[in-house]
Design a protein around this ligand. Structure first.
Ligand SMILES: NC(=O)c1ccc[n+]([C@@H]2O[C@H](COP(=O)([O-])OP(=O)(O)OC[C@H]3O[C@@H](n4cnc5c(N)ncnc54)[C@H](OP(=O)(O)O)[C@@H]3O)[C@@H](O)[C@H]2O)c1
Length: 254
């Protein structure tokens, strides 16, 4: 084993053991809150960019961090992204770089824009769950259902999008106790505004991009002292990247 891969494995081991300890309380947490425990995980550049331009993919993570993403996926019951990420990256949301169980893919897709030839349909064991505000009367509903997708029609939130406060309890009812959310920017923004990310594992790649920021505008109208922050933060190098992880706290949360 090379020195760099040895460093990578040991940093992955540490973060994995912390995430496992978080997830050890997922069952109890989920029963108490009637929703899954939520882990936010994404990769950003030094300047906080997720990608160069909205709608275009940009590989940011090193091999070590990518492997970690797959390990984290395998530890969660489900993995969620917004339709913007599906249209940009066409992800499979599967565990491939390591051995492990396949999480249930979930897409926030208010108006059923998911293409019926999306890579998400390539795993017949885990066809995607789609959270939408459309009804079964929408012609796309039948198309996606015919491809194997399971669709949930939810009440729109104030912005006409899928409501986190309706979706997360529904996922709980469906047996999901732990949920990993990978992005993109709009999903991360609304998740943080809803104060529903319980913990985060963030990869920081050592380069500047000047692109689409993780959080694009001030979070709601919060006072600066009320921003979400890590309760206990850990930092470690992983290959050429930096990993930052911890539980999130929201000062005004009751
Ligand atoms: N570096 C990384 O780790 C990483 C990870 C993921 C994505 N990305 C990048 O991020 C970009 C995509 O980000 P994005 O902001 O354009 O799209 P996104 O966050 O993936 O998806 C946003 C879309 O999801 C739908 N949505 C439904 N309910 C929502 C809710 N409650 N909150 C937020 N969104 C909701 C909305 O579309 P509808 O109104 O049509 O429903 C919304 O426009 C891509 O370029 C991708 O490459 C990078």
């Amino acid at each position: 084993m090379s020195v760099s891969s040895a460093i990578g494995s040991s940093s992955i081991a540490r973060v994995l053991s912390v995430v496992k300890s978080w997830l050890g309380r997922a069952e109890t947490f989920a029963a108490q809150h009637h929703r899954p425990l939520v882990t936010l995980s994404y990769a950003q550049s030094l300047d906080g960019s997720l990608t160069l331009e909205r709608g275009k993919p940009l590989p940011l993570s090193s091999e070590v961090a990518l492997r970690l993403t797959h390990q984290l996926r395998a530890l969660h019951d489900a993995i969620l992204v917004g339709i913007g990420t599906v249209l940009a990256d066409n992800p499979r949301l599967t565990v491939r770089l390591v051995r492990g169980r396949q999480p249930q893919p979930v897409v926030l897709d208010s108006h059923l824009r998911l293409p019926s030839d999306a890579a998400l349909f390539e795993n017949p064991e885990r066809p995607p769950w789609i959270a939408t505000v459309e009804s079964s009367q929408n012609s796309r509903w039948q198309v996606l259902e015919a491809r194997g997708a399971v669709l949930f029609s939810l009440t729109p939130d104030a912005q006409g999008k899928v409501s986190w406060f309706e979706l997360l309890p529904l996922l709980y009812e469906r047996g999901i106790r732990s949920l990993m959310i990978e992005g993109g920017a709009r999903v991360i923004q609304s998740l943080l505004e809803a104060k529903l990310a319980d913990q985060a594992v963030i990869t920081i790649a050592p380069r500047f991009v000047g692109g689409l920021k993780v959080v694009e505008r001030p979070l709601s109208t919060w006072d600066v002292l009320e921003f979400p922050s890590f309760a206990q933060m850990e930092v470690q190098r992983a290959g050429e990247d930096i990993l930052v992880w911890g539980r999130l706290c929201y000062p005004t949360q009751v």
